[in-house]
Write a protein that binds this ligand. Sequence first.
Ligand code: ATP
Length: 355
Amino acid sequence: MAAVQLIGIFKRFGDVQVVHGVDLEIADGEFVVLVGPSGCGKTTLMRMVAGLEEISGGELLIGGQHANHLPPQKRNIAMVFQSYALYPHLSVYENIAFGPRLRKEPESEFRPRIQAVAKMLDLTPYLARLPRALSGGQRQRVAMGRAVVREPELFLFDEPLSNLDAKLRVQMRTEIKALHQRLKNTVIYVTHDQIEAMTLADRIVVMNAGNIEQVGRPLELYDHPANLFVAGFIGSPAMNFIDGTVTAVENSLVLETDSGAAFPLPAESAALGQRVTLGIRPEHVELTQHGPIALPVDVVEPTGAETHFYSRIGDAPFCVAVHHRLDIAPGQQVHLRFPADRVHLFDSQSGARIN
Ligand code: ATP
């Protein structure tokens, strides 16, 4: 069993604290993805779980056992990194066999395991090849095979797909998900790619500057981001934000921007005079014939399945995404509506969600 608990975990490098008391419970068999911008502490947190980085404070439990000082090799963990770190002079088979050989397991015991792993990862035809004769995706599968053959209770993935091209990344993402569905072991996966996080995770942990901003299922974070940071980080294209002050016009609440533009707000959503930030996802903006909001189109981006276009509200860019082709050109005026149940409101000062 490999449930993982982090209780008030701190990390300092010399005088600099980079992880500030993180609490997180990961259930046995759960696929948890850590996301956040560069430098927020994702890798450091994972290296502490792996035993590759000393824990400065707090408690780490793996499978219910106190693990702060457990040596890495006693943690029953396998890691897959961004760089595949394969031995170039060893065949695929020998790369996967490296760990079992090191542990002096008899080959008659680990050979069937390697054959099973190779079959699962579609590596059987390549077992005799050297890594340089493999594609990037195949090499990444060998790195995974090496991890899987150890039959670990806990898998740690640190940006395993970021060296691959876009198409291969999508393919490997599906393979990792299928692998987890088969093996059902606990996974902690680090990425800064929020699409990867959304598609892979049972739960996502959004980190920022050494703290956890929110933990939740992917669609929970998408539908109810707890604050401006999570709202802006989860979703692509990113949520639009409009800052202003809550005022009343003819008994209805509106958000009035500093440049005097007004946007209807859902009833009783905020207090009069409050400084708020309205958030609306590009895919939730509705195009109408005579909607309350009129904007000029600056840039149009057809993607085939969708059309994205960009405008500005005050100084802030504003994006609209529709799931069809749209005959629209720069300079044209469009009318928009924000459906009340799609509007997110945040306190501008604290960033906290208020509706
Ligand atoms: P990225 O997505 O860029 O890999 P990350 O979220 O994984 O970023 P970490 O690598 O965990 O971030 O780094 C967190 C912070 O700790 C950064 O500010 C980094 O500069 C700092 N840091 C990491 N390792 C060390 C170290 N050995 N000595 C000093 N500071 C370090």
